[in-house]
Design a protein around this ligand. Structure first.
Ligand code: HEM
Length: 236
């Protein structure tokens, strides 16, 4: 590899690995704040695990409900869209659709994830659909209907790291804080900046994204959030 290629790859990793995961965790925080009963169920699982030990690599992986919340968050709001593209290597017709050699085919995760032909009640946020006993959903997550990280030999190389980062951060957050959305707060509107689908008007800095969903007192108050209620609730 040339020095230029090394620099380019480091840059790609930095871009691919930062905004994706932070956006996924932002969505998850918002959804847990919006659905307190789901947040409570997750907190109860965290409490159980902590009663038997600590939140670490092994225990985090044993948490079935956390896994379901993780998968359902990425189904409901896949952060990366417009990026799963492949070049067609030869003329081919699939289900009556002709694809000429050389054309670029893009698969949009958000469309696949919200299609009624793939998921029951796709617009409902329901982590239970991913619980192990629900085998149908578990199968769906592996048969091209759950593709937040893409598919095939060029799927996301950071997937395992992202999963660990997401689960560890969310578990530690919910262990210590109860997330709530203040009365009157508008619903989150996802917006696409070209590749990443993230909350509309959220700034690139994570601190501002978090303050926009009112997780505790804002670190840098803005004119919009100045009058809003901000509360941080300690669980213990
Ligand atoms: C929730 C977090 C993440 C999501 C949703 C995500 C999603 C994706 C998607 C959809 C692709 C395209 C896959 C395809 O075309 O089939 C991709 C590729 C890639 N991702 Fe991620 N990603 C995440 C986190 C990360 C992290 C943490 C890293 C690195 C530390 C990373 C590095 C990459 C790289 C290098 C590629 C290009 C792989 C290639 O072209 O062979 N991603 N990611």
């Amino acid at each position: 590899m040339t020095k230029k290629e090394v620099i380019e790859n480091c840059f790609a990793f930095l871009l691919a690995g930062y905004e994706t995961t932070s956006t996924a965790m932002t969505y998850c925080s918002y959804l847990l704040a919006k659905y307190p009963e789901i947040q409570k169920k997750l907190w109860q699982e965290i409490k159980l695990v902590k009663n038997e030990g600590t939140l670490d690599y092994d225990s985090i992986h044993s948490m079935k409900y956390l896994d379901a919340v993780y998968k359902e968050t990425l189904r409901y709001y896949p952060p990366v869209i417009h990026f799963i593209s492949r070049t067609c290597l030869s003329d081919i017709t699939i289900r009556g659709q002709f694809y000429p050699k050389g054309c670029s085919v893009t698969v949009q995760g958000n469309t696949i994830h919200r299609s009624e032909s793939n998921w029951d009640h796709p617009d409902i946020f329901d982590p239970d659909r991913f619980l192990a006993e629900n085998t149908e959903a578990t199968e769906k997550s592996t048969n091209l209907k759950w593709i937040p990280f893409g598919v095939g030999p060029r799927f996301c190389v950071g997937m395992r790291f992202a999963e660990m980062e997401f689960k560890m951060t969310i578990a530690k957050l919910i262990d210590k804080f109860e997330l709530r959305i203040p009365m009157g707060e508008m619903d989150l509107i996802p917006d696409c900046n070209g590749v990443i689908m993230r909350p509309k008007d959220a700034r690139a800095e994570p601190i501002l994204i978090f303050s926009s969903i009112k997780v505790g007192p804002p670190i840098r108050p803005t004119s919009e959030n100045h009058n809003a209620q901000h509360e941080t609730y300690k669980k213990y």
